[in-house]
Design a protein around this ligand. Structure first.
Ligand SMILES: [Zn+2]
Length: 223
């Protein structure tokens, strides 16, 4: 699988520091299990994050500290960043049909077809993962060619494609790819015509669906 969309340094660093809500952690861990590139960067962040945490226990990392860390990381020798084997790499690098990344299996079991999906209208189905905190992680099943209701984001949304693909205004996302949408993003993803798209998303604030029908969808989704 060719991965073209990866996790940002900021999100990886937050994950390494243990600062990400559990819902986002599942998405990050699942991508890392499939992606050599992000796993190597993560290994570097892990080491530096540990050092920072020791020094700054309980304190959020400031922009200045973050900048310093990213500079340090950028100058790490490639070999040292990849030297430590990751404990999160149990999943085979390629997802076969219906297979899920190992970190996600801890929440939803091994197989997509045994998941207790819930219909939310328009053929879209979802399963909300049992994670702690206010951020929500959910599996979404989007029928081929189906548009996801237009919405803005109250906070960050992180999406990992598990099966099929979707395209946005000017980009497309396939299995293993990460899509990061910020608070000011207005996007309208559409699943590819050839097969349903299944993805894992984490959101940290209610989505603001626009229009009456989408609001009904929103109440169904409980987001
Ligand atoms: Zn990656």
């Amino acid at each position: 699988m060719t991965l073209t969309h990866h996790i940002s340094d900021e999100i990886l660093l937050s994950y390494a520091a243990g600062a990400l809500p559990e819902a986002f952690g599942v998405v990050v861990a699942s991508h890392i299990s499939l992606c050599d590139d992000c796993r190597a960067r993560m290994t570097g962040f892990d080491a530096l994050g540990g050092a920072i945490l020791e020094r700054e226990t309980g304190q959020p990392v400031t922009d200045t500290q973050l900048g310093e860390m990213l500079t340090l990381i950028a100058h790490l020798p490639q070999d040292s960043a990849a030297a430590r084997p990751s404990t999160r790499s149990a999943t085979p690098k390629k997802l076969s049909q219906g297979q899920l990344p190992a970190p996600l299996c801890d929440y939803v079991g091994e197989r997509l077809d045994s998941l207790p999906w819930r219909a939310v209208g328009g053929g879209v189905r979802q399963y909300v993962l049992p994670t702690k905190g206010t951020a929500r992680a959910r599996m979404l099943y989007i029928p081929a060619g189906t548009k996801i209701p237009d919405h803005g984001h109250g906070g960050m949304e992180l999406t990992l494609v598990l099966q099929g693909s979707y395209h946005d205004a000017d980009d497309s996302f396939g299995p293993g790819d990460i899509d990061i949408a910020g608070a000011d993003t207005q996007h309208t993803p559409v699943a590819a015509e050839n097969m349903p798209c299944i993805c894992l998303t984490a959101t940290d604030a209610p989505l603001r669906f626009r229009g009456l029908l989408p609001r009904v969808v929103q109440s169904f989704l409980r987001i």
